[in-house]
Design a protein around this ligand. Structure first.
Ligand SMILES: C[S@@+](CC[C@H](N)C(=O)[O-])C[C@H]1O[C@@H](n2cnc3c(N)ncnc32)[C@H](O)[C@@H]1O
Length: 292
């Protein structure tokens, strides 16, 4: 057995890129280690009773420099354990330091990944769909393509626990479907911020997956889903359902985006000599983003 703490750690900027660390010293890396091992425990804890990794193929979609993936180092002896990310530096670091036995590949911003249909038994995407906007649905369906029949996907989303920080307003599920904020924000500032309601996930993700379980975890909602058979296009997955909240959510997202434009204007003004900016707004503007 190799403990994760016996493996090399990525440089601070790669570790801190995926989760805000308290400091760039030992204490920061202890935090990184514990958060990664906790994520692994939560993943394993939500899998069906008796689920074994032996002989399986696993994919960590959006793995960064392997915060969670490193905790599957031992399984990589008897299972195929792959990570992918758009960040070349993170993938290079993984390839140099933890592969083999792990595998790491760089993905493009948009699908597909260079794997055959039905390549994986279990895919997880922690804090990734929380930041995907236009490519969110294509990626969800790409992960479905990559899953074997009956394969499992664990994906997290932001919602009721993140509204104040992200949108600067109290949570109200009636006005959130899949609401995208900070659409073009750079990944190094946390990327776009996407809020989802449970009802929206059930309505839309539920068209492609059976939703098996859902629970709050690490300030987000984690959902375990099993691939449904049959074909579905991105248009079919995203088209509005009957729920009147679909329209309310779209309307509210427009309001949220208008508010962001106003805040950005205020921020620009505040950079003029002698000007100031309200604290709540500052936190949500460039450089003030919290990582999730
Ligand atoms: C908030 S971080 C979470 C990282 C990791 N899942 C974890 O929990 O430590 C989001 C990650 O998703 C990656 N990402 C964004 N778009 C992606 C894409 N299209 N394909 C793969 N990874 C992507 C980012 O580069 C980043 O490393």
């Amino acid at each position: 057995m190799t403990a994760s703490s016996d493996l090399p750690y990525p440089p601070f900027e790669l570790a801190d890129r995926v989760i805000k660390l308290p400091s760039d010293d030992l204490n920061g890396y202890i935090h990184y280690e514990l958060q990664g091992s906790d994520t692994r425990d939560q993943l394993v804890g939500m899998l069906p009773d008796g689920y074994s990794f032996e002989g399986r193929s696993l994919l960590d979609f959006g793995c960064g420099a392997g915060r969670t993936l490193r905790h599957f180092h031992d399984e990589a002896g008897s299972a195929r354990v792959v990570g992918c990310d758009i960040d070349q530096r993170s993938i290079d670091w993984l390839n140099t330091n933890l592969c083999p036995p792990l595998e790491a590949v760089r993905s493009e911003v948009d699908p597909p990944l260079a794997f055959e249909d039905a390549s994986f038994d279990f895919i997880w995407a922690i804090s990734v769909f929380t930041h995907l906007s236009d490519n969110s649905v294509p990626w969800l369906l790409e992960l479905r393509r990559l899953l074997k029949p009956d394969g499992l996907l664990m994906a997290s989303y932001m919602g009721e626990h993140n509204s104040e920080d992200t949108a600067g307003e109290p949570w109200d599920e009636d006005r959130v479907g899949m609401n995208v904020l900070r659409h073009s924000q750079d990944w190094d500032l946390g990327g776009p911020m996407v809020l989802m309601s449970d009802w929206w996930v059930e309505e839309h993700w539920g068209r492609a997956f059976d939703i098996l379980d859902r629970k709050p975890c690490g300030g987000q909602t984690w959902t375990l889903m099993r691939k449904k058979e049959g074909e579905i296009t991105p248009e079919e997955l995203i088209s509005p359902g009957e729920d009147p909240r679909e329209f309310k959510a779209l309307h509210h997202n427009i309001k949220q985006l208008q508010r962001e434009i106003d805040e950005l204007k205020a921020w620009n003004e505040s950079r003029k000599p002698g000007a100031s900016l309200k604290r709540g707004i500052r936190r949500r503007l460039p450089g003030g983003t919290r990582k999730n």
